[in-house]
Design a protein around this ligand. Structure first.
Ligand code: SAH
Length: 232
């Protein structure tokens, strides 16, 4: 198990018990969830699909997809986050198969097993994001869809995602993000292509600090989403 930063995992372990508190540092994940779910469903219907959620954490996205009828497997390397995710199923009554496993190991054991793979807000926390993209591609069946979300490496992203979110608005704890690990859309698209995924759609995620609402926008300078499809 090499493609993991233990300091990153420790941060998620430490805060995991707040995961389902919508006023906690996980609030942005709660707030963007309806938006990202409807964006996924603008490309593919989730009901009945075999879905892998890579870096699922406490399960906000996994549960949303299960709610829409997908058969979801969620993997993460934070044991504390997975414990919270499993406990929350008792509350929601939903069913998700949660496993403490790396994307690379899961891909090796389950090649071509999924119709949809999601990997959101994870790539900017790992030492080798391309290896995660490759693993996501490998788990997909032909024609399968991959949905990535991460943060662009631009001055504007530094201002918004780090200075704004961590220091001014205090939406996130300081040190949540490391500018050097942010990823340009062209880099993500290149990794996708080199592992057999064809980029289909790119959208930005806009935050309005006055209304405290998120929406999908065309500008991708800060948070963005990439949809890509495996050849049929
Ligand atoms: N995808 C979820 C959670 C994002 S938070 C969502 O968008 O709602 C980032 C998650 O990535 C955390 O749960 C953290 O434990 C996990 N993570 C960090 N490094 C990882 C790695 N190398 N492999 C798998 N998961 C990792």
């Amino acid at each position: 198990m090499t493609n993991v930063d233990p300091l990153e995992l420790a941060k998620f372990d430490e805060h995991a018990h707040h995961w389902w508190d919508p006023t906690s540092e996980f609030r942005p994940l709660h707030e963007i969830n309806p938006l990202r779910l409807s964006w996924i469903e603008s490309h593919v219907t989730l009901a009945g699909k075999r879905v892998l959620d890579v870096g699922c954490g406490g399960g906000i996205l996994s549960e949303g997809m299960a709610q829409r009828g997908a058969k979801v497997t969620g993997i993460d390397l934070s044991a504390a986050a997975l414990d919270v995710a499993k406990l929350h199923l008792l509350e929601s009554g939903l069913s998700v198969d949660y496993r403490l496993e790396s994307a690379e190991d899961h891909a090796e054991a389950h090649p071509g097993a999924y119709e949809v793979v999601t990997c959101m807000e994870l790539l900017e926390h790992v030492p080798d994001p391309e290896s995660i993209v490759a693993a996501c591609a490998a788990t997909l069946a032909p024609g399968g869809w991959a949905f990535f979300a991460t943060i662009n490496r631009t001055p504007k992203a530094y201002l918004h995602a780090i200075l704004g979110a961590e220091y001014l608005l205090r939406l996130l704890p300081r040190g949540t993000h490391d500018f050097g690990k942010f990823i340009r859309p062209a880099e993500l698209a290149r990794w996708a292509r080199s592992h057999g995924l064809e980029p289909v759609a790119l959208k930005g995620l806009g935050y309005n600090p006055l209304t405290k609402t998120y929406r999908l926008i065309d500008e991708t300078a800060v948070n963005y989403l990439l949809a890509a499809r495996k050849a049929t």
